[in-house]
Design a protein around this ligand. Structure first.
Ligand SMILES: Nc1ncnc2c1ncn2[C@@H]1O[C@H](COP(=O)(O)OP(=O)(O)OP(=O)(O)O)[C@@H](O)[C@H]1O
Length: 332
């Protein structure tokens, strides 16, 4: 929790009308200024609803959202919904001017009439996001991922106090994605922008976020630093959100040499050591999934399948018998 309240939700609930309980319930959180906070949760858990409540696009049924101790106004109280010191980028890019150039779309976000200042700022943001080669293209001619990058540049140039990002990179090529994530991290740190983001991509949240908030069925169940949460998630739900992990019953875990009285055992694929010489139980290589610089081996034993990361290509082939040693596991 932050010492000084910056952006805060106090007992916030929002229920949508309908037979099934949906929305968010009793949310209490303190967003740490200058940090990147990522909200993660399964589909329909309430991530976007929470972002919309924090930005003021929606009013809570109960509780309050406060920004620097002042209540955030809801859409019925403001002509233009959303807090003036905040910006939101979503996977939709509807507010771009399709027939104007990228440069003009970005520059238009600055209210200043000082032409030189506008030019300098626009060039700086497009440069920082490696987008100068797109500057003179019409937005209508851009790909979906390029449009998302323009939307991000438009938000960043205004230097908002808080930037909300709801799946902002989902159409951006993998090749650009990592660079873009790094650039955004750099820019927000340099400008002291606080980011609250929602993403389905574990690699993205783990590499970008300083803080993680886990939401399930509209409630916050866990919060903390990415590294610690990845290493020891409080819930199986969190482990499954953060890793493509092996989830085994106690009986299945016994095949890996693990004895437990708990219901489930979680083993991350990188926690399993492979050794053809090990005298441990033999597993059979069922499939080899090529992943580029590493491969995933799917191993089988008595009808149970587990996924293991292997960094040494061509070491094993389907049908090989190998021993495994589990270095670490989690019990739930
Ligand atoms: N306008 C609405 N009217 C009725 N129900 C809604 C509305 N918006 C969202 N919901 C419901 O509220 C729940 C939470 O939705 P929300 O979009 O916040 O989830 P999410 O975690 O962002 O999901 P996803 O990851 O799939 O985008 C879902 O069950 C959804 O169907």
């Amino acid at each position: 929790m932050a010492d000084v309240h910056f952006l805060q939700a106090v007992g916030v609930s929002k229920t949508y009308p309908g037979p099934v309980s949906s929305g968010v319930r009793n949310i209490n959180l303190d967003i740490v200024p200058g940090k990147i906070t990522a909200i993660i949760g399964e589909s329909g858990s309430g991530k976007s609803t929470l972002l919309r409540l924090l930005y003021g696009l929606m009013s809570p049924d109960e509780g309050q959202v406060l920004f620097k101790s002042e209540r955030i106004w809801g859409p019925e109280e403001k002509l233009i919904p959303g807090h003036d010191e905040m910006k939101m980028v979503t996977q939709h890019t509807d507010d771009l001017n399709l027939f104007a150039r990228v440069w003009d779309n970005v520059a238009a976000m600055l209210p200043s009439t000082n032409v030189k200042f506008k030019e300098e700022q626009t060039a700086a943001v497009l440069g920082q996001l490696n987008m100068m080669e797109l500057a003179y293209k019409r937005v209508a001619d851009l790909s979906g991922g390029e449009k998302q990058r323009v939307a991000i540049a438009r938000a960043i140039i205004t230097k908002p106090k808080v930037l909300f990002m709801d799946e902002p990179f989902n159409q951006v090529d993998t090749s650009f994605r990592e660079g873009l994530q790094h650039d955004i991290r750099q820019i927000v740190k340099e400008n002291g922008i606080t980011v609250v983001m929602v993403s389905h991509d574990p690699a993205e949240v783990l590499s970008m976020a300083d803080e993680l908030i886990v939401i399930r069925n509209g409630e916050i169940v866990e919060a903390g630093a990415p590294k610690e949460m990845y290493q020891s998630p409080k819930y199986l739900y969190t482990a499954e959100l953060l890793s493509n992990c092996n989830v085994l019953s106690a009986a299945e875990a016994a095949l890996c040499g693990i004895s437990t009285d708990k219901e489930s055992v979680v083993i991350y694929p990188e926690w399993i050591r492979l050794d053809s010489l090990l005298k441990a139980t033999k597993w059979t290589v069922d499939q080899i999934l090529f992943k580029g610089f590493y491969e995933d081996l799917i191993l089988e034993n008595s009808g149970v399948l587990i996924r293991v990361v292997n960094g040494e290509h061509n070491r094993f082939k389907p049908g090989d018998q190998i021993g495994i040693k589990v270095k670490k596991w989690l019990e739930y």
